[in-house]
Design a protein. Structure first.
Length: 357
């Protein structure tokens, strides 16, 4: 594998659900309004095993917390068979003593901090891209995992690709991305003040690359993509899950691809969610659903002591509303991706995610 680096000094990421196809976009956080008062400890359900959700019902985080809570409530209702207790704790002032020693604690902590610490016997899942404590897990795949999946789709036989990254991105992280893509990968780094014309100039002589992947998700991306399209043989533009709606809707990015976690069961969950809560689920709702779904499945299959780190890190993995995933031993999550193409300002699935690992 060839991974050359170029620093350019210019002014310059067990539950089997119905296999329904998802053909739309989930609602954004901004579309959720009435959150209600902050929760203290809200306990629902029966059983000998407790899943605790620690969510900050305060400020702007309250909107996301409501989505996660609602998704988990739906999964508990659909899948727990009356064997799982769901305890929702307000992370703004968490008091784990009020809980019955949960077997699994799911935490949404935008600042990456967990205070106070959950019971030591529990397994902690962070609703984020990295574990927030030793031995913990994380359920959200990073944007660079998405970029890797997109580039591997673009160059399945190891054809040359370029990763365009700001100089603030560490060489270590970029080497990891390039290694995961495999094949012939050239990383081009640029200074933050580089203009889109500067970036196009960097790629001028790279005429044999089949794809260009962008680490950033700013407006420069669209201008560079537009310039690359003017080539006689233009490379495929590869984005990632960090690209916002503005980029997806930009006509200059028509035809670009983005790898997203598989959503074969998303439509079914969205239908049930909308019927129960009166609005479509956001992505964070689906993470909440998947956590409670995994917990429910382990308890149903293995009893009240079924939730263990060993079972959670099984190589078999799980299937949920956001497709197939499994936890690595280091606590990060590995997901299977579907490939989406930007068509008319929307994401269209052009290749479904694999069914399983």
């Amino acid at each position: 594998m060839t991974i050359p680096f170029r620093t350019v000094l210019i002014f310059l990421s067990l539950l089997m659900l119905s296999a329904c196809q998802y053909n739309g976009e989930t609602a954004s956080v901004e579309e959720f309004e009435d959150v209600g008062p902050p929760l203290a400890v809200e306990v629902t359900g029966e059983g000998d095993t407790t899943l605790a959700l620690v969510l900050p019902f305060a400020g702007s985080d309250a909107l996301v917390s409501k989505q996660i809570r609602n998704g988990a409530l739906l999964a508990q209702e659909m899948l727990s068979d009356g064997k799982l207790v769901l305890a929702v704790e307000n992370g703004a002032g968490a008091d784990y003593k009020a809980l019955k020693n949960p077997a699994l604690v799911a935490v949404y902590a935008p600042d990456g901090k967990l205070s106070p610490a959950p019971p030591k016997k529990s397994v902690t899942i962070n609703i984020g891209a990295k574990p927030i404590e030793k031995g913990g897990l994380s359920i959200v795949a990073g944007d660079m995992d998405s970029l890797v999946a997109g580039l591997r789709y673009a160059a399945p036989s190891g054809a040359p690709v370029v990763i365009l990254a700001p100089e603030s991105q560490s060489d270590e992280s970029l080497q990891a991305i390039a290694k995961a893509v495999s094949g012939t990968v050239e990383v081009v780094k640029y200074r933050s003040e580089a203009s889109d014309k500067d970036l196009v100039a960097l790629l001028k002589e790279m005429t044999d690359v089949v794809a260009v992947g962008f680490v950033e998700g700013d407006r420069k991306v669209a201008e560079v993509a537009a310039a690359l399209k003017k080539r006689k043989v233009s490379p495929l533009i590869v984005g990632h899950t960090g690209w916002g709606t503005a980029l997806v809707r930009n006509p200059k990015l028509e035809g670009a691809i983005i790898a997203r976690p598989g959503g074969a069961s998303r439509a079914l969950v969205a239908q049930r969610y909308t019927a129960k809560f009166g609005s479509a689920p956001g992505e964070m709702s689906l993470y909440g659903f998947d956590i409670a779904a995994v917990a429910s499945g382990l308890v149903r299959q293995h009893g009240k002591n079924g939730i263990t780190r060993k079972r959670l890190t099984s190589s078999q993995g799980f299937k949920g509303a956001l497709g197939s995933f499994r936890f690595r031993e280091d606590g990060t999550v590995e997901r299977l991706y579907e490939i989406n193409k930007i068509v008319g300002g929307k994401l269209k699935i052009i290749q479904s995610a694999p069914a399983g690992f």
